[in-house]
Design a protein around this ligand. Structure first.
Ligand code: NAG
Ligand code: NAG
Ligand code: NAG
Ligand code: NAG
Ligand code: NAG
Ligand code: NAG
Length: 398
């Protein structure tokens, strides 16, 4: 009898403390699907809860600022889709598909999208692969649903924009121009449109800037370079939003010296193309990933760097290989409320012609040893989504 009561109490405790997170992941290729997932931090159970029909392959998905809407870029058509987020982040309903062709010609396929956190809630995307590069500014209804294209603007003829990041003041936006080896600083007007643009040639610092992230203190723009497989921290002048010069580059590949001064030629390793950079909720960890080129036996790598209270990069905490070879996504996404868990996606590219886009998955990685000893991370849960198109980026609803 006593044993039974203990067992029941045990079950109740588990239910009370279990924490279920809800996530969404988009597809890089056909079929057009977005998957809803749930992750239990007690049992490490990660599962797909719904296969939701999408309007296209959304290479990037993001939420509106209240998470009432989810926006998806389209890599194969010049359009962007807006969905209502339903049932506590477990379902979606399509509200609108906007055409974005206005000035961008047929290059306006986009790989990234961000949402302004202030009013008027404004959404930004830019063309990838571009050439010429072009940016699009979209307005929303008060409830977050996309409304219309309010501005389109050109970059240079060499530009292909892969990553965007907003400054925490919501006054500036940064664009990582992978093909043009440039970082673009945009000054945003009160109504959200781009009023001024400044160009920073970063070719001496790294090759192929791909994604960018700002520190919440507004003092740093962290830039990941796809071609040189490095990251660097650019100081931001908070009066103008403009970028100063970084002092170091940090490698995302294993090797003896991960840190080097900027006065040397950027490295290049054809076997890898680095992907994603993001900052943890405590602002203490900077995450970055390197993908191995598709159709190889090489593993990708996940790196974590420690940041001090001002946002300066201090040290590489660890670099660990991913669990599969020849992946092409390696998109890390931090949990909204803890440094302990990050989600990561991948997809093995054995060549589209061979129908080889079929081994996609979402993983949850758990970080251990952050209190000092020997920090590291490992995959603790995986949901396989073998539809031939999954997975692009994953986002946490809660
Ligand atoms: C916002 O309002 C529009 C118009 O009433 C509606 O179609 C849409 O579903 C709403 N969006 C959300 C996220 O509730
Ligand atoms: C959403 O969550 C709230 C709070 O936990 C709950 O009361 C509500 O029933 C949930 N709604 C749905 C549709 O699941
Ligand atoms: C937004 O503000 C700018 C600068 O004040 C102005 O030039 C532009 O016409 C405004 N655009 C819209 C759509 O209101
Ligand atoms: C950027 O700088 C490099 C090195 O000085 C130079 O070769 C290149 O032409 C510059 N790019 C542009 C677009 O000005
Ligand atoms: C992948 O590797 C296989 C075996 O070497 C080869 O037959 C195939 O053409 C490669 N696919 C691509 C896209 O490189
Ligand atoms: C999700 O649904 C689509 C459309 O029916 C289908 O093609 C795809 O295989 C499904 N995904 C999974 C993982 O079953």
């Amino acid at each position: 009898m006593k044993q039974e009561i203990t067992a029941i109490v045990g079950v109740l405790v588990t239910i009370v403390t279990a924490k279920i997170h809800h996530l969404f992941v988009g597809n890089l290729a056909q079929p057009s699907a977005i998957y809803a997932l749930s992750f239990d931090t007690e049992t490490f159970d990660l599962k797909v809860t719904k296969n939701i029909t999408a309007t296209g392959s959304h290479h990037w998905i993001t939420f509106s600022n209240q998470k009432t809407s989810l926006y998806g870029t389209s890599f194969f058509t010049p359009e962007i889709s807006s969905y209502s987020v339903l049932k506590n982040g477990t379902d979606l309903r399509l509200d609108k598909v906007l055409q974005t062709t206005k000035r961008c010609g047929d290059n306006d396929r986009s790989a990234h999208i961000v949402t302004l956190q202030r009013e008027p809630q404004t959404v930004y995307m830019a063309s990838w692969p571009g050439r010429p590069g072009c940016g699009t500014v979209l307005s929303t209804l008060p409830n977050g649903t996309l409304s219309s294209v309010v501005q389109s603007f050109d970059y240079s003829s060499a530009a292909g924009i892969h990553g965007l990041a907003l400054h925490p003041s919501d006054s500036y936006m940064y664009a990582a121009d992978t093909t043009g080896d440039t970082l673009w600083t945009h000054v945003l007007s009160n109504n959200g449109t781009v009023s001024k643009t400044q160009r920073t040639n970063v070719s001496s610092i790294g090759k192929g800037p791909r994604h960018v992230a700002t520190h919440p203190n507004g003092l740093w723009l962290y830039t990941l370079f796809e071609g040189s497989n490095t990251i660097s921290a650019f100081p931001i002048d908070t009066q103008t939003g403009y970028l100063g010069s970084p002092s170091h580059r940090y490698s995302l590949l294993p090797g003896a010296s991960y840190k080097s001064p900027i006065n040397s030629t950027p490295p290049h390793d054809d076997k890898y193309w680095s992907a994603e950079i993001t900052i943890s909720p405590s602002n203490k960890i900077l995450w970055a990933t390197a993908r191995a080129k598709g159709n190889t036996t090489d593993f990708g790598y996940i790196s974590a760097f420690s940041l001090d209270s001002k946002g300066t990069i201090i040290d590489r905490l660890f670099i660990v290989p991913t669990t599969s070879t020849g992946g092409i996504a390696n998109s890390v996404s931090v949990a909204p409320d803890t440094d302990e868990f990050v989600a990561m996606t991948d997809l093995k590219n054995t060549g589209r012609d061979e129908g080889g886009w079929g081994n996609g998955y979402v993983q949850i990685w758990q970080v251990k040893g952050l209190d000092g000893s020997a920090p590291t991370a490992k995959a603790v849960a995986q949901a396989d989504i073998k539809d031939g198109g999954c997975c692009a980026n994953v986002i946490w609803y809660d």
